[in-house]
Design a protein around this ligand. Structure first.
Ligand code: AMP
Ligand code: GLY
Length: 419
């Protein structure tokens, strides 16, 4: 099966590595546009992943059997719609179904209609309404932009002035605002493959969203993750399947918007039960790095079966009985400011440990040099018998990598480790 993966982040590198590890030959994988790390594992092509016509033409000309869409932008741009119209199998929802991620208000409507447990929310269009909703729910305040905001749309704060300023910024850009009740508890990311009518869960993971240790600093795209989660109740996955994923998929189908692709359920385990905080319409980054590192079942079949309505007859995904953690290396200033392009060294030494894989994100080759182009640069992924060992290997590998000004969290999976 010839597979085209769209995207250029560590998630896409983890997808490529996951495909190869579970049986796909690297000659049968093309990535657009990819990055310096993906280039070592598969063919990379300079194709605009957000251009539906270009992606469709390329897929036809190169006899691609399956297109796997990594990031959200191609979904919003209608790339999956164009591919489906051309009869090409695609793992990724239509732009209409991707609204489950793109519009938080739409997601709330779907959850209300399907009776999916989630926190209370008020949709607001001006600052007066925002202020009233903030007073109604009280501190800590949760304010979200109702639209794509490149990961910067959400603020959780006990400072009402900061909450109002955040709302004002997005209102000025013409966006609606969602004010939500604050939900306290552990966060879980659980991914479901969906073929529009059937869902299949992968393994739960936890993401570390804040920039610095002890959950301090601004929200980021994710600074690390681990999987599995030994503290979850035994029926957790079953409960999320039956109370969240299936009702959501059925609701989407009944509205004529079947969701085919990856339903990412962002959950909080509260004292009053499991609640959804968000849906995404794609694999999460960096959770994918740990979830797929443990996958044993051929990833190409799972994704192809989801893309072609055959999940019901698909084998269930199996996972190795070891644990995975990932630590993200971010460039100076991330997530607030952009760093200049800088040389990065030590990756070969870091990867010489058999427990370690490195998923590249913002890397490129500059002559002989590998350079980091800013933001989240790479994910160190570690697989071991237990979390103490996985942490030890991950941080030893990280200490071998040099990038001026860079930073990473040192507390990934610490609470589930003996050290
Ligand atoms: P979101 O983009 O909706 O996932 O929000 C980003 C992060 O903000 C989440 O991962 C949570 O850590 C936090 N967050 C969002 N909504 C809530 C909420 N209602 N209660 C508590 N924390 C939240
Ligand atoms: N790690 C969070 C996300 O992918 O949205």
């Amino acid at each position: 099966m010839k597979i085209l993966v769209l995207g250029s982040g560590a998630r896409e590198h983890a997808l490529v590595k996951g495909l190869i590890r579970t049986g796909t030959s690297s000659e049968n994988i093309v990535c657009a546009p990819g990055n310096a790390g993906i280039f070592q594992d598969a063919q990379c092509v300079a194709l605009d992943p957000n251009n539906p016509g270009e992606v469709t033409e390329f897929s036809k000309a190169n006899r691609i059997d399956l297109v796997v869409i990594g990031p959200e932008a191609p979904l919003v741009a209608g790339v999956s719609d164009a591919l489906r119209a051309a009869g090409i199998a695609v793992f990724g929802p239509s732009s209409a179904a991707a609204a489950l991620e793109g519009s938080k208000a739409f997601a709330k409507e779907i959850m209300a209609a399907a009776d999916v447990p989630t926190g209370l929310a008020r949709k607001c269009f001006n600052l007066e309404e925002v202020s009233g909703a903030l007073d109604e729910f009280g501190s800590p305040f949760v304010v979200k932009a109702d639209g794509l905001a490149a990961g910067k749309g959400v603020i959780v704060t006990s400072d009402k002035t900061a909450a109002l300023e955040h709302a004002e910024n997005f209102i000025q850009q013409g966006m609606g605002i969602l004010v939500e009740e604050f939900l306290a508890g552990e966060e879980v990311s659980l991914f479901f493959l969906s073929d529009g009518t059937t869902v299949m869960p992968l393994a739960p993971a936890q993401d570390f969203k804040r920039a610095f240790d002890n959950d301090e600093g601004p929200n980021t795209g994710g600074m690390g993750a681990y999987s599995p989660l030994p503290w979850l109740p035994h029926n957790f996955v079953e409960e999320v399947t039956n109370r969240v994923a299936l009702p959501t998929i059925r609701q989407m189908a009944s509205m004529g918007n079947p969701f085919v692709g990856l339903l990412y359920c962002g959950l909080i385990v509260t004292e009053r039960g499991i609640k959804v905080i968000e849906f995404n319409a794609r694999f999460g980054d960096p959770e994918t790095q740990v979830v797929l590192r443990r996958l044993l079942t051929p990833l190409s079949s799972l994704l192809h079966n989801a893309a072609t309505g055959q999940l019901a007859s698909s084998p269930e995904p199996g996972f190795i009985d070891e644990v995975a953690i990932t630590v993200v290396l971010a460039s100076e200033g991330y997530p607030v400011s952009a760093a200049p392009t800088r040389k990065i060294t030590g990756l070969a030494e870091a990867e010489s440990d058999q427990h370690i894989e490195i998923a590249h994100a913002a890397t490129k080759l500059d002559g002989q040099d590998l350079v980091a182009t800013g933001g989240r640069v790479l994910s160190v992924v570690s697989l071991a018998k237990n979390f103490s060992k996985a942490r030890k290997h991950a941080y030893e590998a990280m200490s071998k990598i040099s990038l001026e000004g860079s930073h990473y969290r040192t507390d990934i999976a610490k609470k589930v480790s003996d050290d």
